[in-house]
Design a protein around this ligand. Structure first.
Ligand code: GLN
Length: 238
């Protein structure tokens, strides 16, 4: 089996080692004998979404998001079709904000991709720190680090999880992230996937099931070190 991962705008959207998510996907696929290759797309490249099984959008500063935003119209329709056909997307922080209809900073409104019914507004304080969320997708809590000025309102969509420590989507400290079809959006850096291998495997499994049109069970890996790290951070932040 094989997978192709599309990394969108790695030079602009790559805060706090978000690139590490790609390395984790490739490695955990390879450990199961699945060949994963990565295609990087820069700002003016054309993207054939039909060739991709996973799309990653990392986090970026407001300035970088502005630069990316100007280019989004060129890919919006194809990207939307990919999402509606259950294409797998992982979008972190700035990338998560760009999934929505807009990101408002004072009087300035950056139009997003409009792939998911959500929007973001900048608040006064930045929301910064370690974060733990509980997702009904996994028994183990999801851990990470957040640093964002935007507050994301997800309307009637399903969040990725419930906040246990930290902020999450807004100051309300209630929910974090979004799950829409096979799209996961989240504020969690870390990078996210090496810290949360079950989420990495979830992404791989969804992508393989879509590509090969059959149920896939991934071989278990030894995640003892990751589980101990997860336990440690949960106890420390308790
Ligand atoms: N620029 C966005 C914000 O501050 C996202 C930052 C990030 O990706 N960490 O809200």
């Amino acid at each position: 089996m094989e997978l192709t991962i599309g990394h969108l705008y790695p030079d602009l959207l790559n805060l706090y080692g978000d690139r590490g998510n790609i390395r984790c996907l490739v490695k955990r696929a390879k450990w199961r004998g699945i060949d994963a290759s990565v295609k990087e797309f820069q700002l003016h490249d054309s993207i054939n979404f039909h060739e991709l099984d996973i799309v990653l959008l990392g986090g970026g500063s407001d300035r970088e998001e502005r630069l990316v935003c100007d280019e989004l119209t060129a890919i919006r329709d194809d990207f939307k079709e990919y999402v509606e056909q259950d294409g797998v997307v992982l979008a972190i922080c700035g990338g998560y904000q760009l999934l929505g209809s807009y990101y408002q900073m004072g009087d300035e409104v950056l139009p997003g991709l409009g792939l998911v019914d959500l929007y973001t507004k900048q608040g006064e304080e930045r929301l910064i720190g370690d974060i733990i969320i509980h997702s009904d997708l996994f028994p183990m809590p999801i851990t990470g680090f957040e640093n964002h000025g935007g507050r994301t309102y997800i309307n009637n969509n399903k969040p990725l999880g419930k906040v246990y420590k930290g902020f999450g989507n807004t100051d309300a400290r209630d929910y974090e992230g979004i799950c829409y079809r096979n799209v996961i959006g989240t504020y969690l850096h870390g990078p996210l996937l090496p810290k949360n291998p079950m989420l990495c495997d979830y992404v791989l499994q969804k992508a393989l099931e879509r590509k090969y049109q059959k149920p896939i069970t991934l071989e278990q890996l030894d995640d003892t070190a990751e589980q101990l790290a997860n336990q440690y951070i949960c106890e420390r932040l308790h």
